[in-house]
Design a protein around this ligand. Sequence first.
Ligand code: NCD
Ligand code: ZN
Length: 360
Amino acid sequence: MPLETRSGLRYLRAMHSITLPRPDDWHLHLRDGAMLKAVLPESARHFARAIIMPNLVPPVVTLDDAVAYRDRILAALPGGMAFEPLMTLYLTEGTDRADVERAAASGLVKAVKLYPAGATTNSHSGVRDLTKVMPVLEVMARIGLPLCTHGEVTDSHVDIFDREAVFIDTVLDPLRRRLPELRVVMEHITTEEGVAYAAGGGANLAATITTHHLIINRNHILAGGIKPHYYCLPVAKREKHRLALRKAATSGLPRYFLGTDSAPHVDALKEHACGCAGCFTATNTMSLLAHVFEEEGALDRLEGFVSHHGPAFYGLPVNQGTITLEKRPEPCAWPEKIHAEPGPVTVFQPGFPVHWHVVT
Ligand code: NCD
Ligand code: ZN
């Protein structure tokens, strides 16, 4: 449908400022030590809370690990900034179900993360055989603690562009049939199959979508020279999948919400013969999303995607504070890099000018 025929367009055209409840990021990598210190303000500047990924080395496996990591995050937060880390546990084949139950009861741990072993950065301690973690998953289903899934199979004979769709068919769907009460977040979906599966999954299923997967497809990574800063996992797919993700994110449906998967790696490890996966989008995500939602004629749905749908799924209140973005004639000027002590981290550049400035 041409944009001109959409109702409400006049209103959207006139919209140069939007104020939303302070957003949350439902999938974030903060790392540890000096890197944590450098990247945390980039998220805390705009986001009130984030689901913190546990793939440190060694991983955050137990409640004690999560409490200690949360303390380090809060200690790294600059004075005057407010930010609530929502902790996750890294599921291993040795995870103790009593510890998971205690972690949920503590209120500090909001989810458990499933990494199929070998799927992505620091996933070697992940799960090889799902039957080994069924007792833990049964506890989680009983107490309502969500499972966040990195939804890719790792079999070397499955093409990397098919790994998400194969995961849905061979791992996720059988698991959900066996344990329908288990609450699941399909993290960083990248395919139309992911969008469709999440759409039909009922109240116990949700999906996060990253900022960069709304902007790049696989051509951006590979055509005209390899762009290591666009390489992440799950890898960006064909254009039709990017369009399906845009439709889902801007649909207004509560089962889709933002998880940036902002994942800092120093340039030396991105621009490498065997480059690390991860896009660093914490700095400019809100501006980029306003741009994308406006392009889709759906600025009025940005609020649901970034501020309401996530808290509703996780059973948390919507944030009290607000964030305001203004559309200005001059494009946003982000730093090209964040200067972390371990080395520079390149900020995701969309490749087009963006005019939505975060003003408060
Ligand atoms: C993440 C990382 O670097 O930790 N990388 C990525 O490409 N997304 C891991 C992950 O979430 O898969
Ligand atoms: Zn991630």
